[in-house]
Structures are given as C-alpha cells and as structure tokens.
Design a protein. Structure first.
Length: 246
C-alpha cells in the first residue's frame, strides 16, 4: 500500500538551460534532499515541446507521507529567508537555469507503486504520457478506481505501463494526474490512432471525455532520472563539480 505523498512541479527553463537544470536537480539536489529530509526523486522529465509549453521540466518528489512532508517543510522554512542553507545555495545556482514554476501536492491511489517499487519492477519508457484530468468536486477517488479497472488493461495491450495515478490535495478532490511509461514512440502513435476503434481504449476515452477537462502531453527522462537508471541519483553521478554546502 502506497502511503507516500508527492510534490509535483512544473519548472520554466531559461533559454537552452534544460540539460543544465536537469543535471543540477538530479546530481546535486537529489543526494542532499535524500540525506537531509528523506525526500526521494520520483522523476525529472523534459517536456516534449511539440505537445505542451516549452522549454519546461517536470519534477516529482516522493515524501514520507504528509507527516514527512510537514517535517521537510519545517526543515526548509525555518530561517528568515524561508530556505535552509543548503537549499539557498542550490537555489542560487538553479536561478541561472530556471525562471519559476508551479507546484502541487499529490496523494497516490493506494495501489500505485512507489519509486523504489517502480525501479525494482524495471518500469521505464522511451517517453512518458502525462495526463491531467479535471473532475466534478469529490470525483477523484472514483476516477482513480476507473484508472485501475479500465485504463490499465486497455493500455497494457499496447505496451504502456502505469507509472502513477494520483489526486491533487488541498482542493475539492477535483483533479487527478496519471502518468504512463511508453515503450516506444511507435506505441504512443498506436494508442493515439486506436482510441476511436479499440474497444478498451474507446471505453477509456469516453471516461476522459465525460470529465470536466482533460489534457495530455509527453515528456522524456532526464539522464539521471530514477526510472532511467533504475535507482536514485548519487553524488558520484555528477559530471561537473559543484560547491555543495556541508
């Protein structure tokens, strides 16, 4: 049973700095976050600009439940600057690569796998589909059950694997995010072509279209994203030196 919670971030990148930002995030931030606040990297992805805003990065972090997130926030926000010393140094470097972003806290469906389970199961993709679904207030849990009961099997027939099914917290249970691992670009194309003809995909399409809103974009792993390398990034993965605070 997944009792974690997840911080989900959209990051706006300055110019051509997407690769620099993703490396700074995975090789530099991830080891510090894991050591200092028990935060695991769930994924760092570059958004495929053909399908959404660009240049953009999506980060997700796995927290040890809401209590773990509360402890992490207390660690982070205890100084007048609202940043602990290590975060402040990391942030100042990251400011060279990004201009801002938008975060939300996500609660997983209990049957959704943690990042350690995903890596142990070898879940990975050439790309990932990121779905955001707007629902009527209170509809999130019912929708997540439909992901489990309808969507997983419908997409499995095309080689897609479910990465995560989650609802956004601190609102009216009216938004869900679903992430899929795509084995190949061709299998992305096959699903898009078959949504009006394949019985399983068509049934799932009807669920999505009955929602208040739905959008999908594609994204690709950062080189050191956990599902890319099958583990959490380490300091030894750095390709350039950084003056990490001690």
């Amino acid at each position: 049973m997944n009792t974690k919670v997840y911080t989900h971030e959209f990051i706006n990148i300055i110019g051509s700095n997407r690769a620099n930002y993703m490396h700074h995030m995975t090789a530099n931030w991830c080891p510090m976050a894991r050591d200092d606040r028990g935060q695991l990297c769930y994924g760092v992805w570059g958004v495929v600009g053909t399908t959404d805003h660009w240049p953009r990065v999506v980060n997700m972090w796995e927290e040890d439940g809401l209590d773990g997130l509360a402890a992490a926030l207390g660690h982070e926000l205890g100084r007048p600057s609202l940043q602990d010393e290590k975060l402040e140094a990391w942030w100042n470097e990251a400011a060279n690569f990004r201009s801002g972003g938008y975060d939300r806290v996500l609660i997983p469906a209990p049957w959704t796998r943690t990042i350690d389970e995903l890596c142990a199961d070898g879940v990975s993709g050439i790309a990932y589909a990121h779905d955001t679904i707007k629902l009527r207030p209170g509809g999130a849990d019912t929708f997540l059950s439909q992901v489990r009961d309808l969507a997983v099997n419908a997409h499995h027939a095309f080689g897609w694997q479910l990465v995560g099914a989650l609802k956004t917290s601190m609102r009216r249970d009216d938004e869900c995010i679903v992430i899929w691992a795509l084995p190949s670009w061709q299998q992305w194309s096959e699903v898009e072509k078959a949504r009006d003809t394949d019985s399983g995909l068509k049934a799932w399409r009807d669920v999505l279209w009955a929602a208040e809103g739905y959008e999908r974009f594609l994204m690709c792993d950062a080189p050191l994203s956990p599902m890319k390398i099958g583990r959490q990034p380490e300091r030894s993965d750095r390709t350039f030196e950084w003056n990490e605070p001690q």
